[in-house]
Design a protein around this ligand. Structure first.
Ligand code: NAD
Ligand code: MG
Length: 338
């Protein structure tokens, strides 16, 4: 497929002009997974970077030893043209309130995920550009790919273009992160937020853990050993996913036995059946109409009682203990693979 066969624009180095950001100061709020990588990649691309962290933040010394300036979020934002909001999504509204006075018309608020803008938890004042560059990897890989002269794919969205320059500036920011080396895919805050939430709930984090645990429990309840159930349902998952990641579903089907292929093709749709499809439709509807977002915001306001209960339930599940014992036995395998 060539680029003009894709359904959405994908930008590369030649499409981006980094001079849109080299004359600007970027305040990076937060120095966690994304924050440290954005700050260091931008600085290495010749951009004036200031990191915004609370006075009592334990990350302040890391910022300084990485050779970067650190101020409070309010001071950093007030002196910046672009404010990159890279604190956890749940604390962004409060952090935004504390920096809002320093964000003037003509400045840019930049995000790596659309939740708080899409669900109106942050309402930037008029005249402020609102953009997103969302790298599709954890921050340590964003940093490593930059220093290795490799690229990291990213999503780009412009929610509000008050200056007429938001798109070019976002693309320049992506280039300075090293993302246009790989490809930057155009999307919207709505599409990024809703697909991200649905994906992590239904397929990636939620769906796959429930599939594994339900398969494990089915075998153990039928009298098979927990060790066998663990290997079959959890350990082998990575091997199968790696094959699909490399070459699509057909590479996986071509690599397994004909028996596995016939059984998988015929029984798979009986497991993931119309009922599952209806459940997925409901999960997506809850994301789209804001039900999930409201529940999660209220859950945080209440001190996360349900979240803690589910986490404890998972920590105490037998598959976790069995897995920990088995992984300790085979720790050499992972060490050797690195
Ligand atoms: P993180 O949890 O790794 O780091 C957040 C940092 O924010 C902390 O290290 C700290 O420096 C600071 N912080 C924490 N609490 C704070 C508070 N109350 N006040 C001020 N500062 C505080 O966060 P992250 O995973 O880098 O996520 C940042 C943004 O990037 C989010 O919008 C997230 O959705 C998005 N994102 C993350 C990833 C990823 O792989 N982690 C990928 C793409 C996008
Ligand atoms: Mg400012």
């Amino acid at each position: 497929m060539t680029d003009d066969e894709f359904t959405t624009p994908i930008y590369h180095d030649e499409d981006a002009d980094v001079s849109h950001v080299t004359d600007k100061t970027v305040a990076v709020l937060g120095y966690g997974s994304q924050g440290h990588a954005h700050a260091q990649n931008l600085a290495d691309s010749g951009i004036d970077v200031v990191v915004g962290l609370r006075e009592d933040s334990s990350s302040r010394s890391a910022v300084r030893s990485d050779g970067l300036r650190v101020e409070t979020p309010a001071v950093a934002a007030a002196g910046a043209d672009i404010v990159s909001v890279l604190v956890p999504d749940t604390v962004q509204p409060a952090v935004y309130e504390s920096v809002a006075p320093g964000i003037e018309p003509g400045d840019t608020l930049q995000f790596a995920h659309g939740f708080n803008i899409h669900y109106n938890q942050i309402q930037p004042k008029e005249g402020v550009d609102v953009t997103m560059i969302a790298p599709k990897t954890p921050g340590h890989l964003l940093r490593r790919n930059y220093t290795n002269d490799e690229g990291t794919p990213a999503l780009l969205a412009v929610e509000r273009d008050a200056t007429g320059e938001a798109h070019g500036e976002a693309l320049a920011y992506a280039k300075a992160l090293g993302c246009t080396r790989a490809g930057v895919v155009e999307t919207t805050f709505r599409e990024e937020t809703e697909t991200d939430l649905f994906g992590e709930q239904a397929v990636l984090c939620g769906g796959i853990v429930e599939l594994i645990v339900t398969g494990y429990e089915t075998l153990v309840d039928a009298g098979y050993s927990p060790e066998m159930a663990y290997f079959e349902c959890l350990n082998e998952m990575k091997l199968i996913v790696d094959l699909m990641y490399e070459g699509g579903a057909m590479e996986m089907w071509n690599s397994v036995s004909d028996t596995a292929e016939y059984g998988g093709l015929t029984v798979g749709p009986e497991i993931i059946d119309e009922g599952v499809r209806e459940n997925m439709d409901e999960a997506l509807a809850d994301v789209q109409d804001g039900t999930f977002a409201r529940d999660w915001i209220l859950e945080n306001q209440a001190g996360r009682p349900e979240y803690d209960q589910y986490r404890t339930g998972m920590q105490e599940h037998e598959i976790e203990a069995v897995g920990a014992r088995l992984r300790a036995l085979f720790a050499w395998a992972d060490a050797g693979a690195e």
